[in-house]
Design a protein around this ligand. Structure first.
Ligand code: IMP
Length: 410
């Protein structure tokens, strides 16, 4: 069984928690795109883990973890992440593998990204790294493994130093080679490895990062990330054929948040935004930036549901809305006086549209301790069911708190 989990909004939907739950039945958890721009948060008892690059299945002690070729790897922060996990008693050696074709985020990529003021990037060097990849100037993980004679290669230190020289980065040669040495046990051809695991009927969970509205092709271009975040990206980002995929699960927050620049028509009034930001802890997991917060956008989410062919949705952070007397859902947009319903392409038009809302009554009760769907307040169930109806999916889970146990199976 191969299941892909993707974000359906602008990232930060709570994918980390959902993946952590689903990973308890998974043999393999794999990432296919992005890099340290992601920040997947998992709360276990008193400890909060934030995974930037290592797949969020790391806490399942036997899960095999894969970073696919579609990812951009910052070796320095990856080594730190491995060390931090070790300190917490989590050893990933022997079960964590990195594609030899994944690209390396070089110091110059971070320097370029640090100057960004237009997109509002996470400044992790992701965009410049993908630019180098598609400009065929990039450095891949296999290149920081020098002298890998065991695999019949000539020493590649010559190639690497030549490339770095061209980029004015020769001074990083030793540093890159030392990361190569540390990461050597993890680097391999993950595509063949993963295909073999699928052939053995292993349960594979594929972890998307960011969200559909940040997809380079389908998101709010240019205010988006630089990879394909949608389920289709899993094929190219891991080297698996489309017919391998059995199911796509979407994760959606019960409202919407966004960090970085770009249109956000469903934004709350500033007092409500401050209130929900505080209750929901809406600050970037990677950058700490305050997130913009607004109503649930069924129009955009149904677009993302379509292009991913999402069959089930996990709704997170329902409890954050517990105190609101009325809750709006954006079910369409008004553009040049005309109302449009159904999937709405997150194009440049978003800057010029007016949301069309319907308002549902709130439930004004605490939901965090509820564990059965039927015990949720009637208005909370109505809200969830209306979302399912508008975005045309089944609901798999509802999350009512950050903890693993604060989850309701539907
Ligand atoms: P980049 O991916 O760092 O290039 O940032 C591009 C855009 O995607 C910016 O608006 C970021 O805030 C946003 N972004 C990137 N990663 C995440 C994420 O994991 N969660 C939410 N937003 C993200």
């Amino acid at each position: 069984m191969v299941t892909i989990v993707v974000g359906t909004q602008w990232g930060d939907e709570g994918k980390g928690k959902i993946i952590d739950i689903l990973a308890s039945n998974a043999d393999v958890v794999a990432r296919f795109q992005g890099g340290a721009n992601a920040g997947h948060t998992i709360k276990r008892k008193d400890k909060t883990f934030i995974f930037h690059q290592i797949p969020s299945g790391a806490l399942s002690p036997t899960a095999i973890l894969i970073i696919g070729n579609g990812c951009c790897i910052d070796p320095e922060t990856l080594v730190t992440e491995i060390e931090e996990l070790n300190k917490d008693g989590i050893d990933v050696k022997g079960r964590f593998f990195i594609s030899e074709n994944a690209h390396v985020v070089m110091p110059v990529h971070k320097e370029i990204d640090a100057k960004d003021s237009y997109i509002g990037t996470t400044k992790r060097g992701i965009g410049p790294c993908y630019e180098a990849k598609y400009g065929r100037r990039g450095i891949r993980m296999q290149e920081i493994l020098v002298g890998d004679l065991s695999r019949g290669r000539l020493s590649r230190s010559g190639d690497l130093s030549h490339k770095l020289k061209r980029r004015g980065e020769e001074k990083y040669l030793d540093e890159m080679l030392s990361y190569g040495e540390i990461l050597r046990p993890y680097i391999m051809d993950t595509a063949i490895f993963l295909n073999n695991l699928i052939d053995e009927n292993k349960n594979v969970l594929i972890e998307g990062a960011q969200g559909g509205l940040l997809d380079i092709d389908y998101g709010t271009y240019p205010f988006c990330t630089s990879s394909n975040t949608i389920a289709g990206g899993a094929c190219t980002g891991l080297g698996i054929g489309p017919t391998r995929i059995d199911s796509v699960i979407g994760v959606a927050k019960a409202y919407t948040s966004r960090v970085g620049e770009g249109p956000f028509p469903i934004e709350f009034s500033s007092s409500l935004e401050n209130k929900i930001r505080e209750i929901g802890g809406e600050f970037g997991a990677t950058t700490g930036r305050p997130r913009k917060v607004g109503w649930f956008d069924a129009s955009l989410v149904s677009y993302i549901v379509k292009i991913n062919n999402i069959d089930k949705l996990a709704i997170t952070k329902l409890d954050v809305l517990d105190t609101l007397p009325g809750i709006k859902i954006c079910k369409g947009y008004k553009y040049k006086g005309k109302e449009r319903y159904g999937p709405f392409s997150p194009s440049y038009l978003l800057s010029d549209v007016e949301p069309v809302y319907e308002e549902l009554p709130g439930w004004c009760e605490t939901t965090t301790k509820i564990r059965k769907y039927k015990n949720l307040p009637l208005n909370a169930r109505r809200y969830i069911e209306r979302i399912a109806e508008l975005v045309k999916t089944k609901i798999l889970l509802v999350s009512v708190g950050p903890g693993r146990e604060e989850t309701i199976k539907v």
